[in-house]
Design a protein around this ligand. Structure first.
Ligand SMILES: [Zn+2]
Length: 164
């Protein structure tokens, strides 16, 4: 299974209220097969729900790539060098930040932030830019894309660039 396939199954199970029993173990084993570390003391439902939250955030930020015609896809990954942590990937890059599935907070702001880092490393260009002023945008905690150029202003919520 790929990360996308596992994510699809986890989202389906969560929305059907069926993330339990053998299904939890199967999906956790699938993640482990993709290089994700599964500590013995980690509740597997917590792992899967944390993974699903990360996947949702990656898809939300991907909408902003699509809306600004930035090529390529963000993805969840667990590269061999990464100690088994879930990370965000883009092109040949993966985030130096690992995502702890035990953290219950929504990772969207952090995902937007690391997406910027790995996009710069991959493409050597700032992303996204303020449509009015051309400055590189920053993410606040809301999270929103904020222009801090000549005038401090909010451009859009993360996932809503281009009015989408
Ligand atoms: Zn601006």
């Amino acid at each position: 299974m790929t990360f996308e396939e596992v994510a699809g199954e986890v989202h389906t199970a969560i929305s059907a209220g069926e993330l339990s029993g053998d299904r939890v173990v199967e999906l956790a084993v699938a993640l482990e097969g993709l290089g994700v570390a599964v500590p013995a003391d980690l509740d597997l439902r917590t792992l899967l729900t944390g993974f699903a939250r990360l996947d949702t955030s990656v898809r939300t930020v991907q909408r902003d790539l699509d809306a600004t015609a930035l090529p390529g896809r963000l993805r969840v990954c667990a590269p061999a060098w990464g100690g088994g942590w879930l990370r965000v990937g883009y092109g040949g890059q993966a985030s130096s930040t690992g995502f702890d599935p035990r953290r219950s907070a929504d990772p969207l702001a952090e995902v937007a932030d690391v997406a910027q880092e790995i996009i710069v490393e991959e493409l050597w260009t700032s992303w996204p830019l303020c449509p009015e002023h051309g400055f590189g945008l920053h993410v606040n905690n809301t999270p929103e894309w904020v222009c801090t150029g000549t005038k401090h202003h909010v451009v859009a919520a993360v996932g809503r660039l281009g009015g989408g």
